[in-house]
Design a protein around this ligand. Structure first.
Ligand SMILES: CC(C)(COP(=O)(O)OP(=O)(O)OC[C@H]1O[C@@H](n2cnc3c(N)ncnc32)[C@H](O)[C@@H]1OP(=O)(O)O)[C@@H](O)C(=O)NCCC(=O)NCCS
Length: 181
C-alpha cells in the first residue's frame, strides 16, 4: 500500500463526525444504512478513517453485537492503492481484539466489484436473501432501483470471515498498531 495513504488510517474520533456524516450522505444517499431489515445510523458508529490532504478518502464503519462484528459501510475514494484492504484489516483486528468470532457484512447483488473485493480479501458468501431490498426500501425509500452496471438492486448477499486463533491475520497482536479505544 501507498505509505502516505496508509499513514492516514486511524480510528474515527468525535471531531470527524460532521465530515463523516457528509461523506456518508455523498456516497450512500444518507447516513442511514439498512441491512437485514435494520436501520443503522452509520455516522454514529465506530470506524476507521483514511485522511489525505485533510479530506476523507476512505471510511469503514462497523457495529459489534455479542461475538459478531458487522461492517456497515466501506468506501475508498482512491482505488487500488490498498485503502479498502487496510480498512478491512483494521476492523478485523479490532473485532478479534474485542472477542468476536465472526466478521460479516451485507452487500447487494449488483455490487459485483465489492463481492469480488471481499472474496479476494478472504470472505465467503454465506447467505443470499432474494428480494430483501423490497423491505429495505420501506425503511429507506431513497435506495436506488438500479446499481452497478445498471443491474437491478434486489437481493442482499451476506458474506463473512471467521475470526479464530488459527488465522494469523486475525491474531489480535496489534500488528497494525492501532491503540485501544
Ligand atoms: C470495494 C472498495 C472498498 C475497494 O477499495 P480499494 O481501496 O480499491 O481496495 P484495495 O486497493 O485494497 O484493493 C483493490 C485492488 O487493488 C489492488 N491494489 C492494492 N494496492 C495496490 C497498489 N499499490 N498497486 C496496485 N494495485 C493495488 C489490490 O490487490 C486489489 O486488487 P485485486 O482486486 O485484483 O485483488 C472500493 O472499490 C469502493 O469504495 N467501492 C464503492 C463502495 C462499495 O461498494 N463499498 C462496499 C459496499 S458493501
Amino acid at each position: 500500500m501507498n505509505l502516505i495513504l496508509s499513514s492516514g488510517i486511524r480510528r474515527v474520533i468525535n471531531a470527524d463526525r460532521p465530515a463523516m456524516e457528509n461523506f456518508l450522505v455523498a456516497h450512500w444517499g444518507s447516513a442511514e444504512i439498512v441491512t437485514r431489515g435494520k436501520m443503522h445510523h452509520a455516522g454514529k458508529l465506530p470506524g476507521f478513517i483514511c485522511m489525505h490532504n485533510h479530506a476523507i478518502v476512505g471510511l469503514i464503519t462497523y457495529r459489534i453485537l455479542n461475538d459478531s462484528c458487522e461492517i456497515i459501510t466501506l468506501n475508498s475514494l482512491i482505488r487500488r492503492c490498498g485503502i479498502g484492504s487496510a480498512l478491512m484489516d483494521a476492523v478485523k483486528q479490532e473485532a478479534y481484539r474485542k472477542g468476536c468470532r465472526r466478521l460479516w457484512l451485507i452487500t447487494t447483488n449488483d455490487n459485483t466489484p465489492a463481492i469480488r473485493f471481499y472474496q479476494k480479501w478472504g470472505m465467503h458468501i454465506t447467505d443470499i436473501y432474494p428480494d430483501a431490498m423490497v423491505y429495505s426500501r420501506k425503511l429507506k425509500p431513497s435506495i436506488p432501483r438500479t446499481g452497478c452496471d445498471g443491474i437491478p438492486i434486489r437481493d442482499e448477499i451476506e458474506m463473512e470471515i471467521g475470526l479464530d486463533a488459527t488465522n494469523p491475520a486475525s491474531s489480535g497482536n496489534d500488528a497494525l498498531g492501532y491503540p485501544p479505544d
